[in-house]
Design a binder for this molecule. Structure first.
Ligand SMILES: Cc1cc2nc3c(=O)[nH]c(=O)nc-3n(C[C@H](O)[C@H](O)[C@H](O)COP(=O)(O)OP(=O)(O)OC[C@H]3O[C@@H](n4cnc5c(N)ncnc54)[C@H](O)[C@@H]3O)c2cc1C
Length: 398
C-alpha cells in the first residue's frame, strides 16, 4: 500500500520534502500556516552549488534560476579602512558555480508551483496545534480541531515549531504526570537587521555581481544584489547588555546605523535604510538536535538543524535534506529503512556545517576591542582557510 505522509510547514524545507515524497509516489498532505509573503519572503538568500544540485534532483533548478542572479565574487572587507581582506572568485575553474542570490519570494513560489502541479500532494492551509505518534500511525490536529492521520509526519515547521519540541524535547515524567519537556533556545546577544533596498537608488558599484561581507567594530554586514532589482542587506550587531529593554533597543539601532555610516557606499540618511524599513530579528541558538526521529515523526530543515546564517547554508541544507531522501527512495528502499539511514547520514554531514557556521560567527563578531586583531587575522589567514572550508561544503554530494 502507498505510504501516506503529512508534511508540517510550507517553507523551503516543507515544500521540497513534499516534492521528494511525490517523486517517490507517496500520498502527501502538506499543512502550512499561510504566513503573508511580507512576513517570511522578504529579501533573498545565497545559494551555492550544493543547494542547486538539490534543486536539480527535485526538478526545480530551472524555475528557481528565473529568480536568481549569478554572483562572481565573494569578498570580505574591512569597514575600518575599506581594504579587501579576502577575495574568493566564484568561477567554473574553481568548481564554484552555480553560485547565485535568489529572492525568497521566487524560491518559495517556484517550489509551491511545482507542489501545485503534483497530483498526489494536497496543500492545506491550517495551523497545527498538536502532534502525536503511535505504533502504526502519526496524528496531527489543527487549530480548527481537524485531525490528519498518516504513516509518517515530516516536521518542517522551523526552529520554533511543534515538531522539534516533540522529537527533541521528549516527555518529562514526574509522579502521576507526563508533560512535554519544553526545550528553549539560548538567547544570543546577536541581532540581524534586514533591508531590501532598490538598487536604482544606490551607487552602481553595489549592483556588481558579488557578495560582500564588511567587518566592523560593532558587528558586520553582508550585501548582494537580487534579481528583483534590490540590494539584500543584512546588518549583524551584538548587544552590550547595558540598561533596560528600551535602552537596548536604542543601542541596537545605533549599532546598525554606525555600521551603515562607516560603509563607503551606503548613506545612513537614506530613507530606505530608515528604521521603519528594517526587519530586526534576534539570532537564537538552539541546543543541537541529537535525534531527528521520534516514532513516526521526523524533523527536517531548520526544525532539525537551525544554524547561524554566517555561511548562508540554512536553506541549501533544507533542500539537501529533501533531495538526499528522494535519492535514497529512488533506489527502492522502504520508508522504514530509508528514514533512519537518511537521518543518520544527514546528522553526520550537517554537524561539520553547523560547526563551521558557528566558527564563522565567532570570527566575524568578536568583542569590539578585538576587531582590529580580527581584521589582521582574516587578512593574513583568510585566503588560506576560508576557500578550503567553503569548497568542502559547496561540493558535498547528495
Ligand atoms: C539573517 C538570515 C540570513 C539568511 N541567509 C541565508 C542564505 O543566504 N542562504 C541560505 O541558504 N539560508 C539563509 N538563511 C537561513 C534560511 O532562512 C533558513 O534556513 C530557511 O528559511 C529554513 O527553512 P525552513 O523551511 O526549514 O523553515 P521556515 O522558513 O521557518 O519555514 C517553516 C514554515 O512552517 C510553518 N509553520 C510553523 N509552525 C506551523 C504550524 N504549527 N502549523 C503550520 N505551519 C507551521 C511556518 O509558517 C513556515 O512557513 C538565513 C537566515 C537568516 C536569519
Amino acid at each position: 500500500m502507498t505510504d501516506q505522509v503529512i508534511i508540517l510547514g510550507d517553507g523551503a524545507a516543507g515544500l521540497s520534502m513534499a516534492l521528494a515524497m511525490a517523486k517517490a509516489n507517496k500520498h502527501v498532505t502538506l499543512i502550512g500556516a499561510n504566513k503573508t509573503p511580507a512576513d517570511r519572503n522578504l529579501g533573498g538568500v545565497q545559494m551555492a552549488a550544493n543547494g542547486w544540485s538539490a534543486l536539480s534532483e527535485l526538478g526545480c533548478d530551472a524555475a528557481v534560476w528565473e529568480h536568481a542572479k549569478r554572483l562572481e565574487l565573494m569578498r570580505i572587507m574591512s569597514l575600518a579602512n575599506g581594504h579587501s581582506l579576502v577575495s574568493i572568485p566564484l568561477d567554473e575553474q574553481h568548481r564554484r558555480q552555480p553560485y547565485a542570490s535568489v529572492t525568497r519570494h521566487g524560491l518559495i513560489t517556484s517550489l509551491a508551483a511545482a507542489v501545485a502541479a503534483a497530483p498526489c500532494i494536497t496543500h492545506v492551509t491550517a495551523t497545527a496545534t498538536h502532534i502525536e505518534s503511535h505504533a502504526d500511525q502519526a496524528v496531527v490536529i489543527d487549530s480548527d480541531q481537524r485531525t490528519y492521520k498518516a504513516d509518517w509526519v515530516f516536521g518542517a515547521d522551523g526552529m520554533m515549531g511543534l515538531c522539534r519540541q516533540y522529537v527533541d524535547g521528549g516527555d518529562k515524567i514526574t509522579p502521576n504526570k507526563i508533560t512535554p519537556n519544553k526545550i528553549t533556545p539560548r538567547r544570543t546577544s546577536r541581532y540581524a537587521t534586514r533591508f531590501h533596498v532598490p538598487l536604482d537608488t544606490l551607487p552602481p558599484v553595489l549592483a556588481s555581481a558579488s557578495t560582500s561581507v564588511w567587518l566592523g567594530r560593532m558587528g558586520h554586514m553582508v550585501h548582494y544584489p537580487l534579481a528583483d532589482g534590490h540590494l539584500n542587506l543584512v546588518v549583524m550587531t551584538h548587544d552590550s547588555n547595558d540598561g533596560d529593554d528600551e535602552n537596548r533597543q536604542a543601542q541596537r539601532w545605533a549599532s546598525v546605523m554606525s555600521l551603515i555610516a562607516a560603509h563607503p557606499w551606503l548613506d545612513s540618511a537614506d530613507q530606505n535604510l530608515a528604521r521603519e524599513n528594517a526587519y530586526m530579528m534576534p539570532l537564537q541558538s538552539w541546543p543541537r538536535c541529537d535525534s531527528w526521529i521520534r516514532g513516526r515523526v521526523v524533523v527536517t530543515g531548520d526544525s532539525a538543524h537551525q544554524m547561524p546564517p554566517h555561511l548562508a547554508q540554512g536553506t541549501g541544507q533544507a533542500l539537501i535534506d529533501a533531495a538526499s531522501l528522494s535519492r535514497m527512495l529512488s533506489g527502492g528502499m522502504a520508508m522504514t529503512d530509508a528514514i533512519p539511514a537518511w537521518a543518520g547520514m544527514r546528522m553526520r554531514r550537517i554537524r561539520s556545517v553547523l560547526a563551521s557556521a558557528e566558527q564563522a560567527g565567532n570570527l566575524f563578531a568578536p568583542p569590539p576591542i578585538l576587531s582590529p586583531v580580527r581584521d589582521i587575522m582574516v587578512g593574513l589567514g583568510g585566503m588560506a582557510i576560508m576557500p578550503r572550508i567553503l569548497d568542502k561544503i559547496w561540493s558535498d554530494q547528495l
